[in-house]
Write a protein that binds this ligand. Structure first.
Ligand SMILES: Cc1cc2nc3c(=O)[nH]c(=O)nc-3n(C[C@H](O)[C@H](O)[C@H](O)COP(=O)(O)OP(=O)(O)OC[C@H]3O[C@@H](n4cnc5c(N)ncnc54)[C@H](O)[C@@H]3O)c2cc1C
Length: 403
């Protein structure tokens, strides 16, 4: 087949589009600015590659919040079960962890990526590394800068799979926003998602508790309530429980200037139990040892109470019990996009048709994290990136008339 497709971005989304196309005999060239492919995918594997989630489909699609309507049809084409089958097809078994999350056996991304790149290469996909896409030339060819030269590329169709804006040193720096905006495509500014937040810790608290985990703890914000854990950082808070609430907290900060999350430091104990235990005579014990002995609160949890409640409230056992169950913590800013696990914002779905082709640019498709959606951690990111790569690949086949 003579038709050629240029895929820009060799992360999970771009590589999945390459797979769909090359499997049908289409000539595919993948371009990437980095010296090797899939760097963020590999980084995701550093702490255990969470590929997808095993929960029921309806619950799974609810994780995409405001963008469920756009993501659900893609997951119906290539969903969590397909992703597991795909990994098995590459010789990598998967397993379901206790939380329902799905991981490859071995937890790492590198064996999966290696097998994937080999299969793509065997099916004729060519890889052009250190090629930074810089937009379009006046004659509409793609403009790349490589270490040796400026390169112009013509293709019958293009898939842009350039990633979001987090961890830019892994390759996805969001520079593509400029080229697409200039071409008249509607894009929403990139924002941190699954991110940490700044808290105005006192110097004493910061010095004493930086790096300490808070667990178990329950976090409430509006209708959000979840039990889990997080970490005290030099600047504030981060970790899985914070990430889970991060979209809501970020939007509140954007609207109101700050967000107050409520912590329940003893999610397994009631207020009544706490109040009754704390009201027992303290004798000659210090308050710290009373708290520890009567209700098991010590270390960083005791530090948080000291940090945020007044001396008077600390001396009143009913008030103290109340604050153990409802400790307000003010978040004053999101951590920068560079530090976030993923990004929200990107190419707006209004600019795309159902095959992810840019309506105003026939033959140009978009996939992956560069689209305007977000989801919590839990495997939802990689799954939707791959699903959108799959849909874009199928869209290109249709556009090229490959049946
Ligand atoms: C620390 C960390 C842990 C994570 N863990 C998980 C996890 O366990 N589970 C999960 O589901 N998700 C996880 N994620 C998120 C997940 O890795 C990303 O959502 C996913 O990789 C995005 O895929 P993508 O193909 O859209 O973009 P990317 O993987 O970012 O790939 C985009 C590619 O485009 C290239 N590119 C960008 N701009 C240009 C340009 N101008 N010219 C040429 N090439 C360009 C980049 O070099 C890159 O290779 C994690 C992310 C991080 C940072």
């Amino acid at each position: 087949m003579d038709q050629s497709v240029a895929i820009i971005g060799g992360g999970p989304a771009g590589l999945m589009a390459a797979e769909v196309l090359s499997a049908r005999g289409v000539k595919v060239a993948v371009y990437d600015s980095m010296p090797s492919l899939g760097r963020k995918f590999l980084m995701a594997g550093k702490s255990g590659l969470n590929l997808t989630h095993s929960e029921p489909f309806d619950q799974f699609v609810s994780r995409y919040g405001k963008r469920r309507a756009q993501i659900e049809p893609m997951l119906k084409r290539f969903g969590p079960d397909d992703l597991r089958q795909w990994a098995h097809g590459l010789g990598i078994e998967t397993f379901v962890g206790t939380s329902g999350r799905v991981f490859p056996v071995g937890m790492k991304a590198s064996p999966l990526l290696r097998a994937w790149l080999k299969r793509l290469s065997d099916s004729g996909v060519t890889f052009h590394l250190r090629h930074k896409w810089k937009g379009w030339l006046p004659d509409t060819s793609l403009h790349f800068e490589s270490p040796d030269d400026s390169v112009a590329v013509k293709a019958d169709a293009i898939v842009l799979a350039l990633g979001g804006g987090s961890w830019p040193r892994l390759g996805s720096d969001g520079a593509w926003m400029r080229w697409l905006e200039q071409a008249g495509v509607r894009v929403e500014a990139l924002k941190p998602s699954n991110c940490g937040f700044d808290v105005e810790w006192s110097p004493h608290f910061r010095e004493r508790f930086e790096g300490h985990p808070i667990k178990p703890v329950s976090l409430s914000f509006g209708s959000f309530r979840q039990q889990g854990e997080f970490i005290i950082t030099k600047e504030g808070v981060e970790g899985s429980l914070i990430y889970a609430a991060s979209a809501l907290l970020r939007d509140e900060i954007e609207a109101e200037g700050s967000a107050v999350m409520m912590l329940d430091l003893t999610p397994d104990r009631s207020y009544e139990w706490l109040a009754q235990r704390l009201s027992k005579p303290r004798g000659s014990r210090t308050m710290a040892s009373h708290l520890e002995k009567r209700v098991g609160i010590k270390g960083v949890k005791a530090g948080l109470l000291r940090e945020f409640i007044s001396e008077e409230d600390f001396a009143d056992m009913d008030r103290l019990a109340h604050f153990i169950k409802n400790l307000p913590i003010r978040l004053i800013a999101t951590r920068p996009l560079e530090e976030a696990i993923s990004s929200a914002g990107g190419v707006m779905f209004e600019s795309l048709d159902e095959h992810l082709m840019i309506r105003s640019m026939p033959g140009v498709f978009c996939a992956g994290e560069m689209l305007d959606w977000e989801a919590p951690t839990g495997g939802y990111l990689i799954t939707a990136c791959m699903a959108s790569g799959y849909v874009a690949g199928e869209g290109v086949l249709k556009w090229l008339g490959v049946s």
